[in-house]
Design a protein around this ligand. Structure first.
Ligand code: ADP
Ligand code: MG
Ligand code: MG
Length: 250
């Protein structure tokens, strides 16, 4: 599904990513861990197509298409979803209307008619049920006065409605409480199929208590310095990152 080869990325001429290789197949969950400042958010932003990054070398292919030349919206239409895309508060816009707009814009870009209201409502109900969410949430104003957990719920609901092929969840929020972690994990576990894939980026091992990744990669100073399975995440929790730093320095 996603193939990243020898990816080098700079910000303001400072190299941040220094030769990333990563392959994600459908049906897989990959976790990227690593100390603060190692380039995790840079990687997720570059996959999603955010501006302000200079790709100096390498390639990113999504289902065989080189996506480096595509705008973020075009990547979204191909089925790439990045959480935290809409962190702004939009007073007066309900969760429902926001999701409707997002879905219909996505359809329009693919040459499809807007989803009939009835069908939209049915899909919303189904997805809310799947995620064990209360329907009163739909009439809430977007992000206005949302708690950390509610913001997560909104993101996961967006993801559930858009049904991306590849969802990238960048858990940047250091204040993520256990409730919020469970919402994210429950969402991933409920939405995963043999046809989609997840890239879960986290500084915290504890998220992986709830999501079992197929692969865990450690990003350090812009390079993937180690890849393993969930045991690697446990080892990191126990021993921290110092041993990785030492190994990487050799
Ligand atoms: P992580 O998500 O692993 O904490 P980031 O990708 O946010 O790491 O940052 C990696 C490095 O790139 C850091 O040294 C950070 O200061 C730098 N960096 C990231 N984005 C920018 C930016 N827009 N401008 C300047 N430096 C940046
Ligand atoms: Mg950071
Ligand atoms: Mg980050």
């Amino acid at each position: 599904m996603l193939t990243i080869r020898n990816l080098h990325v700079s910000v303001d001429d400072t190299p941040i990513l220094k030769g990333i290789n990563l392959q994600i197949n459908k049906g897989e969950i990959h976790a990227i861990m690593g100390p603060n400042g190692s380039g995790k958010s840079t990687l997720s932003n570059v996959i999603a197509g955010k501006e302000d990054y200079q790709i100096t070398e390498g390639s990113i292919e999504f289902e065989g298409t080189n996506i480096l030349e595509l705008a973020p919206e075009e990547r979204a239409h191909l089925g790439i979803f990045l959480s935290f895309q809409y962190p702004v508060e939009i007073p007066g816009v309900s969760v429902t209307n926001f999701i409707k707009t997002a879905i219909n814009e996505n359809r329009k870009a693919r040459g499809l008619e807007p989803m009939p209201a009835k069908e939209m409502l049915k899909l919303m109900r189904e997805r809310m049920e799947l995620l064990s969410m209360d329907k009163s949430f739909l009439s809430r104003s977007l992000n206005e006065g949302f708690s950390g957990g509610e913001k997560k719920r909104n993101e996961i609901f967006q993801m559930a409605m858009l049904q991306p092929k590849l969802a990238i969840l960048d858990e940047t929020d250091s204040g993520l409480d256990i409730d919020a972690l469970r919402i994210v994990a429950n969402g991933v576990n409920k939405l995963r199929t043999s046809e989609n894939a997840f890239l879960v980026i986290t500084h915290y091992q504890r998220l992986l208590d709830y999501i079992v990744p197929d692969y865990v990669h450690v990003l350090y100073k812009g390079r993937i310095v180690k890849t393993g399975t969930k045991e690697l995440a446990l080892e990191l929790e126990e021993k921290g990152y110092d041993w990785i730093k030492e190994e990487a320095a050799v």
